[in-house]
Design a protein around this ligand. Structure first.
Ligand SMILES: Nc1ncnc2c1ncn2[C@@H]1O[C@H](COP(=O)(O)OP(=O)(O)O)[C@@H](O)[C@H]1O
Ligand SMILES: [Mg+2]
Length: 268
């Protein structure tokens, strides 16, 4: 592990070592080494198709690497059977791109879903927990609404409320602000930092929203051409002399070398 990947916050929570992943002849990740530490807000940047979602999905066992090791809380999760991943996902919550709520269920049932799956709580306690989680994302009292009645920003926040219901150690966010207007995007950024302050949640955020990235991150990595091109604090990344990093930050190129039509999620 090189000097740039040394950390400053708590002990390692999620460790990737030599991760490789291909789909057919398409080599997406070619040897990723990374430590995410307890309590940090870590942002993974990269152009469209760089492999950001693939990296996140590997951290919760939704995809398996072809080679390399993944440790969570020091435990090697490489050969865990699916039933043990269910336990891991109580600790490491994954907020899907697009929030992915169950459209046929009310907001209440969406947020209660994991509680019913994993915990044996009575209805009063479920209702109290749901109310608390909706309160944490600034959406008190919308339990009875259906997802179709919500704005995009509200849907994303309900997705976060569902993720925090099981009081996870970490939350992985896939493109949490894509498709949101700037005010809602800022609200999501504040939510991510407030969850760290209030619940000491570790956050891993995949995005191409540079404003969000530099607003919230303790550390940032840029993924491109199958590698982490740079890992460091926002200040270090901004000062980086790596050409791909400079190009990405100036919006000239996606990290994978393509001209990016997706930078900033079309919000500008
Ligand atoms: N389940 C899959 N099967 C086949 N190819 C996939 C799968 N998931 C991702 N890929 C491919 O891997 C590459 C990286 O995808 P992804 O991680 O989704 O990119 P992004 O950085 O935009 O999140 C893309 O070329 C994508 O087509
Ligand atoms: Mg993605």
């Amino acid at each position: 592990m090189n000097a740039l990947t040394k950390q400053t916050r708590g002990p390692a929570l999620i460790e990737l070592e030599g991760i490789e992943k291909s789909f057919g002849s398409d080599r997406v990740l070619s040897g990723i080494d990374l430590e995410i530490r307890h309590g940090e807000i870590f942002t993974l940047l990269g152009g469209s198709g760089a492999g950001k979602s693939v990296m996140l999905k590997q951290m919760v066992g939704l995809l398996r690497p072809d080679a390399g090791r993944i440790r969570i809380g020091g435990r090697d999760v490489g050969c865990l059977p699916e039933r043990d991943w269910i336990e891991v996902r109580k600790e490491i919550a994954y907020v899907f791109q697009g929030a992915a709520l169950f459209d046929s269920l009310s907001v209440f049932e969406n947020v209660a879903y994991g509680l019913r799956e994993h915990l044996d709580l009575d209805e009063n306690r479920i209702a109290a927990r749901v109310a608390e989680c909706l309160g944490a994302v600034g959406l008190e009292g919308i339990e009875a609404r259906m997802p179709a009645e919500l704005s995009g920003g509200m849907r994303k926040r309900v997705g976060v409320a569902r993720a925090i219901a099981l009081e996870p150690t970490a939350i992985l966010y896939d493109e949490p602000t894509t498709g949101l207007d700037p005010a809602n995007a800022r609200r999501i950024g504040k939510l991510i930092t407030s969850l760290r302050e209030r619940l000491d949640v570790t956050s891993v955020v995949v995005t191409h929203d540079l404003d969000l990235c530099f607003l919230i991150s303790d550390r940032v990595a840029l993924l491109g051409a199958g590698h982490l091109l740079a890992v460091g604090t926002p200040t270090e990344i901004r000062a980086s002399r790596v050409p791909e990093v400079r190009d990405f930050l100036s919006g000239d190129l996606d990290a994978d070398g393509d001209f990016g039509s997706h930078n900033q999620g079309g919000e500008e």
